[in-house]
Design a protein around this ligand. Structure first.
Ligand SMILES: *Cc1c(COP(=O)(O)O)cnc(C)c1O
Length: 399
């Protein structure tokens, strides 16, 4: 039996009998101890639960390096997209204008959110994966003085690219504008220290790098921005200021909190801390990526991105060119072997993704590679090399 102790040495054995590993960017494979924490009910008004909410906010804030107490953390019910919408609707004034930096589905979703909000925005769309660069951002800001805010995606999960947020932040603040960051799939594993990278607010959610279960997200924002957000939101339930003010006053969530998810998340945060915080978690994911990418390349697979842009979160591979390869079959063969992989999101060439996040280590990743090799053999695909068009596509991404 498992012990469920929150130590760094806790095993990385399969989640439970017959349950596959989720090689997906959330929901992801969680520790047994995290799941076990949900076997009890909590009263949302009770002091014990209020203390849990306070602990959660304090622990998350500590991950940003907020030593001067300039920021605060506001958890919000719902999935990550609810938080992005809450952030945009609360921090962008109704007469503000946002530059949305997109290189994949989540950037485009932020632009779509602005459309729903009915607030002015302009889109820099770099296509499937090319990164938005600081000099491009600076040029757009110079040409359009009406832009007040920029939203950047930290790790664009649709390709797995790690966008250059430090460079973008410099461009934004050198032009006197404000930066908002969707760090959904990066926060907790990739540093986003406010002493190193300036921003006004960022969002992430429970079911990504902290390795909790889905059910809420959180906004970490400068207190002055939280105060300025009063009365700005388009939505009652997504009003970050109102949620913050209520939590400060009563210690409670305004509306029914996902109590079990919060309890599980606190356990996930304890495990995160025991693993060495952001640095420890990031190091395990990097090792996961390095072992998995090296193994897949040895099988002949090619990554969409060059090493410089590969995040330790999720990696996009081109589908092999061989006529016997079919993604759906590959997916089923991998699932039979205990691994759920993820379809790709590229518009130009066929691809699939393998996540590096969740309760797994390099030993698990070796088994993933082994399963991929056996699946290819079962499909009679002797060579995993991608089509020429895929490599031509990749050549667009200059190192
Ligand atoms: C997961 C994710 C989101 C939120 O997606 P939900 O399905 O709403 O949880 C937003 N942005 C990025 C970059 C993500 O990876």
């Amino acid at each position: 039996m498992r012990t469920g102790s929150a130590t760094a040495s806790e095993d990385f054995e399969p989640p439970a009998l017959g349950e596959p590993y989720l090689l997906t960017p959330g929901p992801l494979t969680t520790a047994y101890a995290v799941k076990q924490t949900m076997l009890r009910d909590w009263g949302s008004w009770d002091g014990d639960f209020r203390a849990m909410t306070a602990d959660l906010r304090r622990r998350l804030l500590a991950l940003t390096g907020d030593t001067k107490s300039e920021f605060d953390c506001v958890p919000m019910q719902g999935s990550g997209s609810f938080c992005v919408e809450a952030m945009l609707g609360s921090f962008v004034p109704r007469d503000g204008k946002v530059l949305v930096l997109a290189n994949g589905a989540y950037g485009l979703r932020a632009a779509q959110t602005m459309q729903y909000l009915g607030r002015a925005h302009t889109l820099l769309d770099k296509g499937d994966y090319l990164p938005p660069r600081g000099d491009e951002v600076a040029a757009i800001l110079d040409a359009d003085p009406a832009i007040t805010h920029v939203i950047a995606i930290h790790c664009e999960t649709s390709s797995g690219i790690l966008n250059p947020v430090a460079e973008i932040s410099k461009a934004v603040y050198s032009r006197g504008r404000k930066l908002l960051i969707d760090s959904m799939s990066a926060f907790g594993a990739i540093p986003l220290d406010i002493n190193d990278i300036r921003y006004e607010a960022m969002v992430s959610s429970a079911n990504k790098c902290i390795e909790g279960v889905p059910g809420f997200g959180f906004v970490i924002a400068r207190k002055s921005e939280l105060e300025a957000a009063k009365g700005r939101s388009h939505s009652l339930s997504l009003d970050v200021h109102a949620q913050w003010a209520a939590m400060e006053k009563t210690g409670q969530w305004r509306f029914t909190p996902p109590t079990h998810v919060v309890a599980a998340f606190l356990e996930a945060l304890r495990i995160h801390e025991a693993e060495g915080g952001v640095a420890g978690r990031g190091a395990r994911y990097e090792r996961n990526r390095d072992v998995m990418v090296a193994g897949m390349r040895a099988l002949g697979f090619e990554t969409l991105l060059s090493d410089r842009w590969l995040s330790p979160i999720i990696v996009t591979f081109f589908c092999p060119a061989h006529a016997n390869f079919a993604f759906d079959r590959f997916y089923e063969l991998m699932k039979e072997k205990g691994f759920i992989i993820y379809p790709g999101k590229l518009t130009v060439v066929e691809s699939f993704r393998i996540g590096c996040i969740g309760r797994m280590d390099e030993h698990v990743m070796r088994r993933v590679v082994d399963a991929a090799g056996r699946s290819l053999a079962e499909m009679n695909v002797p060579d995993a090399a991608p089509p020429r068009t895929a490599l031509d596509e990749r050549a667009k991404l200059a190192a």
